[in-house]
Design a protein around this ligand. Structure first.
Ligand SMILES: [Mg+2]
Ligand SMILES: [Zn+2]
Length: 264
C-alpha cells in the first residue's frame, strides 16, 4: 500500500509575484514583467518533459477593477513571454463568493491536473504566498513557496517547502518532492473532489492549452470539466455580486494571486 510517490509530471505556477512581477490588478499587457529566472525555469521543465501550467486567482474581475478582456490580454502576454503553458486555470471570483476554485481552495489545481491527465500527487505547485501552497496541500499536490516581500513570515514558516527563487524551486520539483504530499492520503482535510463538480471555475489555456495525450493514471484522468475554450463573450465585465457571473472569462481574470493582503 505504500506506493512510492509518483515522479513529478506537472508544475503549476501562481502567476502574480511568482512568474511575473506583481502589478496589482494588472489589466495592461505592457506591464507584464517576468520574474528573474522565470523563462529558464519554465524552459527547463519543458525540456524534461514536465507539463506546465498557471493557476491564478484574479478577483480583480469580480471586483470590477479589470475586465475579462484585459485579463485575457495580460495572460496572453505572459504566455507569449514564458509559455506556452499547457494549461491555465483562473479564478475570477471574489473572496466572498465561496467558489471552490479560489486559492487556498483546491479547485484550480484539481482542474488543471485533470486537464493534464496527471494525478495531483504528481503535481508541484509553486507560488509566493500561503494560499498557493495551501491549495496544493488540499488538492493532494506538493507546494513550494518562493517568498517575496509580500509573503508573510508565518506563511514561509508554515510552508512544506521553501525555495529562494524559481530556479531552485524548479530544481526541487524535478528532484522529486521530498516533502509529504498533503497531510496524508487518508485524506483528512483533502478536498479532492473531481473538478467536474466545480461549477464556476473554468480554466482553459489561453487559446492553445493543448493538454496532450498523456494518460496518466486512468483513475485520475477524469475529463476536465471545463470547456477549454469557454470564450465568454457575454461578460463584459465584472462587478457581479452574483457569483454566477463572476467566472466570465476563464482563462483570464485580472490579478490577485491571492494576495489577500492587498484587497483587504
Ligand atoms: Mg502570487
Ligand atoms: Zn473561483
Amino acid at each position: 500500500m505504500n506506493r512510492p510517490p509518483p515522479a513529478v509530471r506537472a508544475v503549476l505556477f501562481d502567476r502574480d509575484g511568482t512568474l511575473v512581477e506583481d502589478v496589482p490588478y494588472n489589466g495592461d499587457p505592457a506591464q507584464v514583467r517576468p520574474v528573474d529566472g522565470a523563462r529558464d525555469a519554465v524552459r527547463l521543465l519543458r525540456a524534461r518533459g514536465v507539463r506546465t501550467g498557471v493557476v491564478t486567482n484574479q478577483s480583480g474581475v469580480a471586483r470590477g477593477l479589470v475586465s475579462a478582456a484585459d485579463v485575457r490580454r495580460v495572460n496572453a502576454r505572459v504566455d507569449a513571454l514564458l509559455g506556452p503553458f499547457d494549461v491555465w486555470a483562473v479564478c475570477p471570483h471574489g473572496p466572498g463568493e465561496g467558489c471552490p476554485c479560489r486559492k487556498p481552495r483546491p479547485g484550480l489545481i484539481l482542474t488543471a491536473a485533470a486537464r493534464l491527465a496527471v494525478e495531483p500527487a504528481a503535481v508541484v505547485v509553486i507560488g509566493d504566498i500561503g494560499a498557493d501552497v495551501e491549495a496544493a496541500r488540499r488538492a493532494g499536490a506538493h507546494g513550494v513557496l518562493v517568498p517575496t516581500p509580500v509573503t508573510r513570515p508565518e506563511e514561509t514558516a508554515a510552508a512544506p517547502h521553501v525555495a529562494p527563487d524559481l530556479a531552485t524551486a524548479v530544481r526541487a520539483a524535478l528532484a522529486g518532492p521530498p516533502w509529504p504530499a498533503a497531510p496524508a492520503a487518508g485524506g483528512d482535510r483533502r478536498e479532492n473532489t473531481p473538478p467536474a463538480t466545480v461549477p464556476g471555475c473554468r480554466h482553459t489555456g489561453p487559446a492553445h492549452a493543448v493538454p496532450g495525450p498523456q494518460q496518466a493514471d486512468p483513475a485520475h484522468a477524469a475529463p476536465p470539466h471545463a470547456d477549454p475554450q469557454h470564450p465568454d463573450p457575454a461578460h463584459p465585465g465584472p462587478q457581479h455580486p452574483d457569483p454566477a457571473h463572476a467566472y466570465a472569462d476563464p482563462a483570464h481574470a485580472g490579478r490577485e494571486a491571492g494576495h489577500g493582503r492587498r484587497p483587504r
